[in-house]
Design a protein around this ligand. Structure first.
Ligand SMILES: O=C1C[C@@](O)(C(=O)O)C[C@@H](O)[C@@H]1O
Length: 257
């Protein structure tokens, strides 16, 4: 097995794939006014990164409103890097949005100059991913290619292959988020992360969802996961916990290493 040196990615004043795992908080408001106050509340919690889950936003069809939110987010977040995500319904998205519209949202978000990273499902397919990737490369936006499974934790081999496929398909960062039904599933995810880390030089994000997956959200970084998600105002996935609790736990573990 190859052991590739990890190549960290600098995002504003943060490093993905550095010594510390980054903690990201998602924004999940449906309405514009709520979203604006959610941005303020989330920033007051000082996350390492912020993810805008635009699939929650009711006015996703209104270009000028979407652009306005992106500009506000950028202005308020300052040096906190931002991820733009419009999750597909089949992989846990809040609402059903047509592929063409999602592709356009991603392109507009990249061109807005307000975001640092986009998160696109690998299942969006080559024809959709390639033009998004080309635009991202041109503008210096990093691409997370991701896989979500809200039903189960697939086999270790499947998860490792999925991460490799994400990187081979143009992802700067590979991500898997899978449902843990019992603690054995978390062990499986840890093993997959640990092995993938040895074979892949790009940053990796590996998450176990659901209550049984809690340990992976807290300690996944010890096995090679470079980012974890915490709840700010709302959770965007099962098992997310408040950032304060998460930070204390991670800091306690890091101090002893
Ligand atoms: O894919 C992920 C991970 C996640 O699903 C989680 O389990 O924390 C939360 C989502 O907002 C994010 O896009």
């Amino acid at each position: 097995m190859r052991t590739e040196a990890l190549k960290p990615i600098a995002l504003k004043n943060k490093v993905l794939g550095g010594d510390k795992p980054l903690i990201c908080i998602p924004l999940t408001s449906v309405g514009e006014t709520d979203l604006m106050s959610e941005i303020d509340e989330v920033i007051s919690l000082s996350p390492d990164m912020i993810e805008w889950r635009a699939d929650y936003f009711e006015k996703y069809m209104d270009h000028s409103k979407v652009y306005n939110i992106l500009r506000c987010l950028r202005a308020k977040a300052g040096e906190i890097p931002a991820i733009f995500t419009c999750r597909s319904h089949s992989e846990g998205g809040f609402r059903r949005i047509e592929d063409e519209i999602r592709a356009e949202l991603y392109k507009n978000a990249i061109l807005s100059g307000c975001i640092d990273v986009i998160d696109v499902e690998l299942s969006f397919g080559r024809d959709n991913i390639e033009p998004i990737k080309a635009l991202a490369v041109k503008t210096g936006v990093k691409l997370i290619l991701s896989y979500h499974n809200f039903a189960e934790t697939p086999s270790e081999e499947f998860m490792i292959d999925k991460i490799k496929e994400e990187i081979d398909s143009g992802g700067d960062i590979g991500k898997i988020a899978v449902m843990a039904k019992e603690q054995g599933d978390v062990l499986q995810l840890f093993n997959a992360t640990h092995k993938a880390r040895k074979e892949i030089s790009s940053p990796v994000i590996a998450i176990s969802m659901g209550p049984a997956g809690t340990l992976a959200r807290l300690a996944g970084w010890m096995f090679g996961s470079d980012m974890t998600f915490a709840s700010g105002v709302n959770a965007s996935a099962p098992g997310q916990m408040p950032i304060g609790e998460m930070r204390k736990f991670i800091d306690a573990l890091m101090k002893r290493l």
